[in-house]
Ligand binder design. Structure first.
Ligand SMILES: [Zn+2]
Length: 234
């Protein structure tokens, strides 16, 4: 850097020359430059973190309570039977519903909230869907905050806490027999993969190749030792 500037100015500046001018050793000068650079990077990182934190606390405040989330959901045509879950994780906001409401999807996208896709499935609560969606994407959930438009049932609450969520809205302790776990959905959504078919075809190709090779040897009437170029078999 210093060299490049010096070159541009048409002067010769060496670390030694600068050190001599400042009356310090080159080691001290190098250490000083490194310290300055490190401090600059640290200040830059601190500034970015501060910016993110301040924006997070003021963003989407109208969605950060059960009552306001329910009102938001109702105003966009969300079903009174449906549930809307809102999550904040590492400065990113996510939204997921029990079933898709077009206007909710549109509004979330407009607000730069990640609207998570979902599989139509009854008894698979919005809170569990978010665990599944984030889990499928390999996103660690520890430290996430969740707001839900209606009281969270016992099994969803247990699941959310086990994943490290901090629940921001109410729980009613209800226990649903038909409750669907994200793990069950995982199994259901990974049916017989085409892997078995691929292996079968590969085996078939290998078998055919071996047959052809075998045939070739037979037709030529050659023995393995005379045909194999490997001296070990000669
Ligand atoms: Zn639930």
């Amino acid at each position: 850097m210093l060299g490049a500037i010096a070159e541009y100015l048409g002067v010769t500046v060496s670390l030694e020359a600068v050190a001599t001018a400042l009356g310090i050793s080159t080691v001290a000068l190098s250490a000083g430059l490194i310290a300055l650079g490190t401090l600059g990077v640290a200040l830059g990182v601190a500034w970015v973190v501060k910016r993110l934190q301040s924006s997070n606390t003021t963003l989407h405040t109208d969605l950060k309570s059960e009552v306001s989330l329910k009102a938001f959901y109702g105003s966009l045509g969300g079903s009174s039977q449906g549930t809307l879950a809102f999550v904040e994780l590492n400065g990113i906001y996510y939204m997921i519903e029990q079933e898709t409401t077009f206007k909710v999807n549109e509004e979330a996208t407009h607000r730069a909230i990640v609207y998570l896709p979902q599989k139509r499935m009854s008894h698979f609560h919005a809170e569990s869907r978010i665990v599944k969606a984030l889990g499928d994407q390999g996103i660690p959930m520890a430290g996430a905050k969740i707001w839900v438009s209606k009281p969270i049932c016992m099994r969803c609450a247990d699941l959310l806490r086990s994943k490290g969520f901090s629940i921001q809205t109410s729980e009613d302790g209800s226990w649903y027999e038909a409750w669907v776990s994200p793990d069950e959905v995982l199994i259901e959504m990974q049916p017989q993969r085409p892997v078995t078919r691929f292996i079968a075809r590969s085996d078939e190709e290998t078998r055919l190749k071996r047959d052809q090779e075998g045939l070739g040897l037979e037709n030529l009437g050659a023995s393995r030792s005379t045909r194999n170029p490997n001296p070990l078999y000669a």
